[in-house]
Design a protein around this ligand. Structure first.
Ligand code: RIB
Length: 307
């Protein structure tokens, strides 16, 4: 079987990760047990997730001309991800400050750095090259860690090179209806679902995932998917479906679980799986990812996922 081709237009970060007993409260100082600097960023992680499952992945994005950028590019080359459209800029590589506690929960602060220099023109160059060379991608995948105007622009143009546009609207931000209508697969968690749906007070009101996913389904071009962490998730497309997390999962670090899910979901869809089956397999990928430390370092390979 020929390997599916995927284009990820997304972010790179150097994840500066500390493990703490509990996440510090306001005004509190915590002592970290471990410190690690690892390749991360949602775009980067999702690209690697799909490459590890066997896809041919290309990325559009930017890193800084610094040690962090070199570490990220070296890791991508080891994963056989095409980085010809990744720019090396004068500024610093994006940074994510990640704290993970003993309950496997995290808090993350991101500094965009080079990610904020990605332009619509840079994306257009990559899309023009694909058109000129007759490349058609099985999927184009985006997240919300680039300038949101660049994300919207890419979605408006990517239809020229792919029939499957996937938006993981993370971190949470409103999305214009004309953009949502072009998205074939929208993946969000509860908070992101509330923000995309336009709730003014995302935590303040009762919320039902089945109703929420049906409403999102009316606004996107194809499939709406809401992940619910350890409670599984719901999707609505041609059919509606729910899935659960495999039993016996002992999470140590949930960072990157969403990226493992998105990568495996897209991989399943472009290989022709039914949406519900692809989501169940994606939940298994996320379950594997949370059982190891780090975001990208914990993403499973095909032999671990499909054994
Ligand atoms: O989704 C996990 C990622 O989000 C981390 O790798 C970190 O870089 C943040 O952007």
């Amino acid at each position: 079987m020929t390997r599916p081709r995927v284009l990820v237009v997304g972010s790179f970060s150097c994840d500066t990760m500390v493990r703490v007993e509990h996440l510090p409260r306001e005004g509190e100082t915590s002592r970290a047990r471990t410190l690690a600097r690892l390749p991360g960023g949602k775009g980067n992680n999702q690209a690697v997730a799909m490459a590890r499952l066997g896809a041919r992945v290309s990325m559009v994005g930017a890193v800084g001309d610094d040690d962090e950028g070199r570490m990220i590019l070296a890791a991508l080359q080891e994963e056989d991800v095409d980085v010809r459209h990744v720019r090396v800029t004068d500024g610093s590589t994006g940074i994510a400050l990640v704290m993970v506690d003993d309950a496997a929960d995290n808090t993350i602060i991101i500094h965009g750095g080079a990610n904020d220099t990605v332009t619509c023109e840079q994306v257009d160059e990559a899309l023009a090259e694909a058109r000129a060379t007759g490349v058609r991608y099985d999927a184009v995948v985006l997240q919300h860690e680039l300038d949101l105007d660049v994300v919207a622009h890419t979605i408006s143009r990517a239809v020229e090179v792919s029939d499957l546009l996937v938006l993981n609207a993370a971190p949470a931000a409103r999305v214009a209806q004309e953009t949502l209508a072009l998205v074939d697969v929208l993946v969000v968690n509860e908070h992101e679902a509330r923000v995309v749906a336009g709730e003014d007070d995302p935590k303040g009101s009762p919320w039902d995932p089945v109703t929420a996913v049906a409403r999102l389904r009316e606004r996107v071009g194809g499939l709406a998917v809401i992940t619910l962490g350890s409670a599984g998730g719901v999707l609505a497309g041609e059919q509606e479906s729910t899935w659960s997390v495999p039993p016996g999962v002992e999470a140590v670090d949930t960072t990157g679980a969403g990226d493992a899910f998105v990568g495996a979901l897209v991989d399943g869809l472009i290989r022709g799986m039914a949406a519900g089956d692809a989501a169940q397999r994606a939940a298994a990928a996320a379950a594997l990812a949370v059982q190891a430390h780090g975001a990208q370092s914990a993403l499973p390979r095909a032999d671990a996922l499909d054994c």
